[in-house]
Design a protein around this ligand. Structure first.
Ligand SMILES: Nc1nc2c(ncn2[C@@H]2O[C@H](COP(=O)(O)OP(=O)(O)OP(=O)(O)O)[C@@H](O)[C@H]2O)c(=O)[nH]1
Length: 407
């Protein structure tokens, strides 16, 4: 296998690193480290989460009112019983209010989380009051509390940390109530407290596994998408991104903000001869080295390097006028001409490249221009550079009306 030689002069060659640090997951919080990624993830899942949450809210409203029957059965037709039924109706109101708020603002993560938290806090608070007034039913109510904890951890989509806080907090209050009421023998009390701890532990494990699995799945989908847009040999974008409208989007942005935009089409000179002389593997190595240089010398998050054809690359340079594009092309031309790649046989191979630039000047008042025509204009300049002897740069500004889409 050919090994990559260092550049002459030394050039940082970025590898295709798909384990983007921003996609790392904080396993304790069960969230992405990067708040922006977490935000995108939550918004991506929001319709699904809201559908689940709305179902759980309706279920909670019906369930709470229905169980008012048990208050009447246990306490009879008393004021306390009706007070508890009233509290249950209040919880149903909170649930229905949450349901209404989510329906009104389906795109709001805050509303969704607030609806889940409000219902859980209200439901657990009322449950404590109900349990307080029915001390003889404490063992049954402890089991109910354990079941409600499952809903807290699993059924109500929420921030993992909030689920844990609500689950543990309510269990501490409930455990304290068991102890304070003093109805239970010490061994029964211990059993019920252990039951609550077990319910929390199981809920915690289920919730953290679920939250992590969802994020891992999302990360795999993002990485897969990134990979599908990349050329495996060079790590540059492939033509798919152009078909997906990369250049059209940049042209539209340049038009909106009234900025210039340049594209450079560059092509390694006599590449066929390199392949024929040193072999295809050596050709691949030089291609990868050239692409690495293009990526290293352009702005990482602004410019785009696309493998346009076999040994042909397209640079998309937003907010770049002709002089800026020419200066960049000259830096790349010189660096590549001076660099060597050490191929498998140990030989040092060097090559040159030619560059064609097409610049659309500031164009906010002009009609939209065609991405294809802009690339054609750069191709014509590249052809002129090749005809002019190669290892050269040609370029020019193009009138937006010449590039007008559909003309
Ligand atoms: N090693 C390698 N060669 C490739 C790859 N893709 C295309 N090629 C070769 O690149 C060569 C391009 O040759 P030409 O189009 O004749 O261009 P050229 O020899 O560079 O000549 P000029 O562009 O006119 O300077 C062809 O021989 C292709 O087979 C690739 O991925 N790896």
């Amino acid at each position: 296998m050919a090994h990559r030689a260092g550049w002459l002069p030394e050039m940082p060659v970025p590898s295709l690193d798909l384990s983007t640090p921003s996609l790392t997951i904080d396993r304790r919080r069960a969230e992405f480290d990067d708040p922006a990624v977490e935000d995108r993830f939550i918004h991506h899942l929001l319709p699904q989460r809201n559908a689940q949450l709305k179902g759980s809210l309706l279920f909670a409203a019906a369930f709470y009112v229905l169980f008012g029957v048990t208050d009447l059965a246990t306490l009879g037709d008393t004021n306390v019983a009706w007070f508890l039924v009233g509290l249950r109706v209040l919880v149903a109101g909170v649930a229905l209010g949450g349901h209404y708020a989510i329906t009104r603002r389906p795109g709001s993560v805050r509303v969704s989380i607030a609806a889940a938290c409000a219902l859980l806090v209200a439901a657990l608070g009322v449950f404590m009051v109900v349990a307080w007034f029915q001390p003889e039913a404490l063992p049954w109510n402890t089991m109910s509390q354990a079941l409600i904890l499952m809903a807290v951890y699993v059924n109500f989509p929420n921030r993992f940390m909030y689920s844990v806080a609500i689950g543990v907090g309510s269990s501490v209050v409930f455990g304290t109530m068991l102890a304070v009421q003093g109805f239970l023998k010490a061994d029964d009390l211990l059993t019920l407290v252990l039951l609550l701890i077990l319910a929390n532990a199981l809920g915690y494990i289920a919730a953290i596994r679920f939250n992590l699995a969802q994020r891992q799945q999302y990360r795999s989908a993002v990485l897969e998408r990134q990979q599908a847009d990349r050329d495996p040999l060079t790590g540059c974008y492939n033509r798919r991104v152009l078909h997906k409208g990369l250049l059209d989007a940049e042209l539209a942005r340049a038009r909106r903000y009234g900025t210039a935009l340049s594209v450079i089409l560059c092509d390694i000179d006599h590449f066929k001869r390199i392949n024929d002389t040193h072999g295809h593997t050596a050709g691949d190595l030089i291609l990868a080295d050239f692409a690495g240089m293009l990526m290293a010398m352009t702005r990482e998050t602004v410019d785009r390097v696309v493998r346009y054809g076999g040994e042909e690359f397209l640079l998309v340079l937003p907010e770049t006028d002709l002089a800026g594009a020419h200066a960049l092309a000259e830096r790349i031309r010189l660096a590549f001409a001076c660099a060597i790649s050490r191929v498998e046989s140990g030989k040092a191979v060097s090559a040159t490249a030619s560059f064609g630039i097409a610049t659309v000047p500031v164009m906010h008042t002009e009609p939209p221009v065609s991405a294809g025509k802009l690339i054609d204009a750069a191709d014509a300049q590249l052809y002129a550079a090749k005809r002019g002897g190669r290892n050269a740069i040609r370029g020019g500004e193009v009138e937006p009306r010449v590039l007008r889409a559909g003309s």
